[in-house]
Design a protein. Sequence first.
Length: 225
Amino acid sequence: MKHFLVTVALCAVTLAFAGNRMNAEWEILFNGENLDGWKQLNGNAKYTVVDGVIVGESVKGEPNSFLATEKNYANFVLELEFWADDDMNAGVQIRSNSNEEYRNGRVHGYQVEIDPSSRAWTAGIYDEARRGWLYDLKFNEAARNSYKSGTWNELRVEAIGDHIRTWINGVPAANLYDSMTPEGFIALQVHSRPESGIKIRYRNIRLLDLGTFTEFPPVVPDQTK
């Protein structure tokens, strides 16, 4: 009987998710013209729009800077393209927050890393201003090798419940289960640098909002344990 109940519960979850996804439509987060719908947090790196591209540029001595969506998201699929200078460390924040009670508004939360260095952990998951690395790419050679220097790269992120997955140029990268933060904004990071003028570019930013899934039933536990 317990196996039947578990199967029914899992099927209900799957059907609820499928229904939400079928009704969802892609939301364009960047209109290609200006930064409407975004706000800058923490540092004062430069964010400009040039030829339909968001350009983030380091400013000497500034702390980590974030261009964040004004809207929060819980469950979603996020897709974008980025082009990073070889000396730029950056990332895409998901389910992130900035609250006065936490380190005077310090942006914190999941970050999908952009790492052009020889380490090549692009699309790994780091917990900004909190726990540090949650899912690096030490053992994912295919993902590390898929990053392309000096051109555009495609990033895909799926955050559904406590499951977060990433892809870099179509290659699976991180596969994380973590439930610390269920909802927050999306943000484009420019990391602090000792010099000015190091750039990261973002374009074609879109998101499939899958809602909060509050209708999901709990999975029935194994009663034999």
